[in-house]
Design a binder for this molecule. Structure first.
Ligand code: SAJ
Length: 432
């Protein structure tokens, strides 16, 4: 059962379950550091691509996959291979259901897939963002089904992922890693494992503290984004430019952190994670009204932007119905090709409901990808930005670098700017 020894000697076999934008870089960093790595994923296409030395993640080159393979990386859809792993790191999605409740399908499914193969001396670590109590209350019972006892025969830990694709300043090995476990052996093994590949490991006293820390990190962002979105609404009515206000406040060298308003809240983390906590809090009969209210503010932003667009049209003697609008920026934030939960989809739906003919331009997303929630737009192509003059208005939803904003200002008839791209007042520009 010399798990810690095997880890320290790097004899341990590391399993990564879920080879997406979190799991693949994690597998790479263990492979690069001399561990044998087995990659487990339900998606045969991903496994085939990896076996062929191909990457399906923009910021990970094929050469990195080839290097992993040369180091003995074994991508597979055969979950019985988890029996060969000393450590299994679970990196699967934790989305919301249609009723905005935690959707544990992937976490439960992953645990059920490896439960038949759990053996003495293994450690299973969950990395997916989730509510405090998941590791202990959801994972533990499933993994104990074979009769082994957690934190006696095999071990459990929680270590939140902090992957931030395309972040120019940080990568997996240099982002501090919080690690929580509920018994000393599990803690020692988990800390030793991550410390062997990540520069700084931050041990905490339990899995619940580690789960809660990650929720705080992302809820912190959601509520501060809601704050500046609410201030945008207030200051717009007062005729004050909120972006100028934020620039001024941001000169305070301490006690302030810049957030900027937008058309809503997108991505697979920030709009979702706070609701994992508020859902769990209700079980304890405590109500996190502040977090819920922030969610309402962020969720209301696309409708507010469409309202401002209506005002801009009516001030120019026009109605929305029958007009043509070009949405600029489908990605949920600048300089990424990810449209998950993008508020641009909400703007698209709301404008079409007003009878607007909507097109989009996004230099990072040439064709609208398939998605569960917004399948109706899949396959639409990005319109070249030099056709902006053909539209009654351009609505800037995501301010990618590299868009020729000066040219756009010259070409467009009207610009609805939700990102503060144009800071000096201009008769063509309406801030929203
Ligand atoms: N947003 C604003 N105003 C802001 C910041 C963001 O409207 O001031 C919007 C973005 O446009 C986007 C959404 O909020 O629609 C989320 O943006 P984000 O900057 O939080 O980016 P994410 O969702 O990619 O968050 C991830 C998180 N990383 C992990 O969960 C591991 C987050 O903790 C990071 O801080 C963030 O990346 C980052 O800094 O890029």
């Amino acid at each position: 059962m010399d798990l810690v020894g095997r880890i320290r000697r790097k004899d341990a076999v590391v399993g990564v379950l879920g080879l997406g934008y979190v799991g693949l870089p994690l597998a790479a960093v263990f492979a690069r550091n001399g561990y044998r790595v087995i990659g487990l994923d339900v998606d045969g296409e991903k496994v085939a691509a990896l076996k062929a030395g191909k990457s399906y993640i923009k910021h990970i080159p094929g050469s990195a996959i080839a290097a992993m393979n040369a180091a003995g990386f074994e991508p597979t859809t055969d979950f019985s291979r988890s029996a060969a792993c000393d450590a299994i790191l679970i990196c699967v999605p934790t989305p919301l259901t249609a009723n905005r409740e935690p959707d544990m399908t992937y976490v439960v499914g992953s645990c059920e897939a490896i439960a038949p193969y759990v053996r003495a001396g293994q450690i299973v670590v969950l990395e997916s963002t989730t509510y405090p109590g998941t590791t202990d209350e959801v994972m533990r019972p499933i993994l104990e089904r074979g009769g082994l006892v957690a934190d006696r025969d095999f071990f459990l830990a929680f270590s939140p992922e902090r992957e931030d694709p395309n972040n120019p300043d940080f990568e997996t090995a240099t982002i501090p890693k919080v690690v929580g476990a509920d018994c000393p052996v599990a803690a020692e093994a988990a800390v030793a494992l991550y410390a062997s590949v990540i520069r700084r490991v931050v041990p905490v006293s339990s899995t619940r503290v580690a789960e809660a820390a990650k929720i705080l990190e992302n809820t912190f962002r959601a509520v501060n984004i809601a704050l500046v979105n609410e201030l945008k609404v207030v200051f717009t009515r007062m005729g004050i430019d909120v972006w100028e206000v934020i620039d001024a406040a941001a000169t305070k060298p301490f006690g302030f952190m810049r957030f900027t308003p937008g058309p809503g809240l997108g991505g697979h983390c920030i709009p979702i994670d706070p609701f994992y906590l508020t859902w769990k809090a209700r079980e304890y009969e405590v109500f996190s009204r502040f977090i819920e209210t922030a969610g309402e503010v962020n969720t209301s932003m696309p409708a507010w932007v469409v309202g401002r667009t209506m005002e801009a049209f009516s001030q120019r003697g026009r109605g929305l119905r029958g007009s043509r609008i070009l949405l600029v920026g489908l990605a949920y934030k600048k300089n990424v090709d990810d449209a998950r939960e993008s508020p641009t989809y909400k703007l698209w739906e709301l404008l079409e409901r007003q009878g607007v003919e909507v097109s989009y331009h996004d230099p990072w997303i040439p064709v609208v990808p398939k998605s569960r929630e917004h399948g109706q737009f899949a396959g639409r192509g990005s319109v070249p930005i030099d056709r902006a003059g053909e539209f009654d208005a351009v609505l800037i939803s995501t301010d990618h670098d590299g868009v020729d904003w000066k040219r756009l200002l010259a070409d467009a008839r009207l610009i609805i700017d939700t990102r503060g791209v144009f800071r000096t007042p201009h008769e063509k520009v309406v801030k929203a």
